[in-house]
Design a protein. Structure first.
Length: 338
């Protein structure tokens, strides 16, 4: 067996491995690393296992581990452990890259467990289950359908899984959601004078995994008092995970006070909202020069506005005759389904 060099720039490792096999007539070749850079004393188990991975891929027969104490002192027990782990990573990565039969089977199984958010299987298949579990439990001491790295709202694995389930028609509540989606395929409008207005409201206890808006949900009000106008309102106690909007969700108020909110999540659950492109050329516009304003909204738009001037006539939000509509002179106007 021939010992190879311990310090080689990364771009020269392949050439070095091939040259050795040629000059030594195919004799087994082992390497101490090699280190790919020299300016990280204390971390040479990392700088060397990078080179070891390349060396293993290009023909090295054995990898000799390096510890964090390399060039600095005599390694202790934990130093040896860290060096061995780094080189097990290098050797395994080389085997996988070389396509050695069976080398990536465990990787594939762990990948499936991770995609399925199967934490127990995830830990069981990992190289160091105790460490993996400890890191997980630092932030979340229970198994959930997400990890603390991105959190519930931004977990791409969880969101992708839910979208696939929904698209397949197998997701819980799919039938009810299909009915709701059809109701929102046209125009949903609410308008009011001297009162607030809400286009679509889900009250406490209402539960649906997703809402899909393909037409328009609009709310508008004319009032001199402080009133609230909401395009979509989700009350505390309601449960909605995902709102997909390929239409228009808007809220507008004409007056000197009050607030207009396109989407209000009163429960603070941070519903995941996705603005999706609508049909090609789908565009809705309205203009009211008498009230000193104009607005245009493309499909996949969420908008809210308080015009600078109050007008003498009720603002109907520029909505054409609605599939579902409501109006009120004295109380809050709401339209839609809970």
């Amino acid at each position: 067996m021939v010992e190879g060099p311990g310090h080689v720039p990364f771009d020269q490792i392949e050439y070095n491995m091939k040259l050795q096999r040629q000059l030594c007539h195919g004799a087994p070749f082992y390497v101490l690393g090699p280190l790919v850079t020299d300016i990280f004393p204390g971390y040479d188990h990392i700088t060397s296992c990078i080179g070891a991975t390349a060396a293993g891929y290009h023909g090295a027969s054995m990898l000799c581990y390096v510890t964090p104490k390399e060039h600095l002192g005599l390694p202790k027990k934990d130093d040896v452990k860290q060096g061995c782990i780094a080189y097990k990573i290098a050797a395994h990565a080389s085997d996988v890259a070389l396509g050695i039969p069976g080398s990536r089977d465990r990787d594939d199984e762990l990948t499936k467990a991770r995609a399925a958010l199967n934490w127990e299987k995830h830990f069981e298949l990992s190289f160091d289950p105790d460490l993996a579990r400890a890191f997980h439990d630092e932030d979340l001491d229970v198994d959930t359908d997400f990890c603390a790295m991105c959190g519930h709202d931004w977990c791409s694995v969880r969101i992708s899984k839910e979208i696939v389930e929904f698209a397949s028609g197998k997701a819980e509540g799919f039938e009810q959601l299909e009915e709701l989606a059809r109701a929102l395929g046209g125009a949903v409008a609410a308008s009011a004078v001297k009162a607030g207005a809400t286009g679509l409201r889900l009250g406490a206890g209402a539960t649906t995994p997703k809402i899909r808006v393909e037409g328009s949900v609009k709310a508008a009000a004319v009032a001199t008092d402080a009133v609230d106008v909401r395009g979509v309102q989700i009350d505390s106690g309601a449960s909605v995970d995902y709102l997909a909007n390929s239409g228009v969700i808007s809220a507008a108020i004409t007056g000197t006070k009050g607030s207009a909110t396109a989407i209000l999540d009163a429960g603070g659950r941070h519903v995941y909202v996705s603005n999706l492109p609508g049909p090609a050329g789908a565009r809705r516009a309205r203009s009211d020069p008498a009230q000193g304003r104009s607005a245009a909204a493309a499909a996949g738009t969420v908008a809210a506005g308080i015009p600078p001037h109050a007008g003498p006539s009720p603002d109907r939000g520029g909505v054409a005759p609605a599939a579902v509509s409501a109006s009120s002179e004295t109380g809050t106007a709401r339209a839609g389904r809970s």
